[in-house]
Design a protein around this ligand. Structure first.
Ligand code: DC
Length: 253
């Protein structure tokens, strides 16, 4: 490694909060909440993989061919615009935020994200986005690869049945086409995606050694939000120290 972890965290004025975990664990909700609460930018890195996957679909590229995807990436601009409830995503200037949630894009993103050089392309951009800190970055490898020196790392997990059930309930009212999709199918698809994310050779989904693991299986949303806020406040309190006389909140916003 050419740079030490300490170097880049010392250059930052404001913290990076890394939120990792499997699909449907509630990462986006927690990340959006923490961003609002502490005045940080919320960046959804999954949206970047989804955007490249959409471009591959539109250009009829093979998701399993890394060189084709890299060539495509070289001619692609992906912009994340943090909003109150998540990211608006522009693909080559076009708002594709809604399209990125479709099942074909979801499945393709999981395949696109196994390729090491595609990941390196994404990671370089994500590191640039978070370089000056002040971000909550959500994904699968933020605490392990993108910002191994993140000040706060939360790994959000939950049993696959619970995650699948939450996703099913979330998606059903928004999209009438989902009426035909069963809960069992959502859970099966989620397990398949988990398998691929956890078992890929490059940057598999796993908690960083210094991540705080939050298992939300038996927790309400309010409990998870409160616990994640506590984690951030505890970190800030530890950094600030009682002696500085500054409020904890003023250290981050
Ligand atoms: O978080 P999401 O469901 O939008 O992610 C879409 C896909 O991208 C998912 O299959 C895992 C992958 N991904 C990844 O490999 N690394 C990240 N940092 C974020 C997402």
């Amino acid at each position: 490694m050419s740079h030490s972890a300490t170097d880049s965290s010392q250059r930052r004025q404001r913290p990076v909060i890394a939120i990792d975990g499997p699909a449907g664990a509630g990462k986006s909700t927690i990340a959006a909440h923490l961003a609002r609460r502490f005045g940080l930018l919320n960046l959804e890195t999954g949206a970047m993989y989804r955007a490249l996957a959409l471009k591959a679909i539109e250009n009829d590229r093979d998701f399993d061919q890394e060189p084709e995807l890299l060539e495509l990436a070289a001619h692609t601009t992906i912009t994340l615009e943090p909003q109150r409830e998540g990211n608006r995503v522009l693909l080559d200037g076009q708002d594709v935020s809604r399209r990125l949630r479709d099942a074909d894009v979801t499945a393709a993103a999981s395949r696109v994200s196994v390729h090491p050089r595609v990941r390196a392309w994404m990671v370089a951009r994500q590191q640039a986005l978070g370089a000056s800190g002040g971000v909550v970055m959500e994904g699968r490898d933020i605490g392990t690869v993108v910002f191994p020196d993140a000040e706060i790392k939360i790994f959000l997990d939950a049993d696959p049945e619970v995650r699948g059930n939450r996703r099913f309930k979330q998606a059903a009212p928004q999209n009438p086409a989902n009426e035909r999709i069963t809960e069992a199918a959502v859970i099966a698809e989620m397990k398949e995606r988990d398998q691929r994310d956890r078992n890929r050779a490059e940057s598999p989904l796993r908690p960083a050694e210094d991540a705080i693991i939050l298992d939300s299986t038996a927790m309400t949303l309010e409990e998870v939000l409160a616990r994640s806020e506590e984690i951030v406040l505890a970190h800030l309190g530890a950094v600030t120290g009682a002696a500085s006389g500054k409020s904890v909140e003023s250290q981050i916003g």
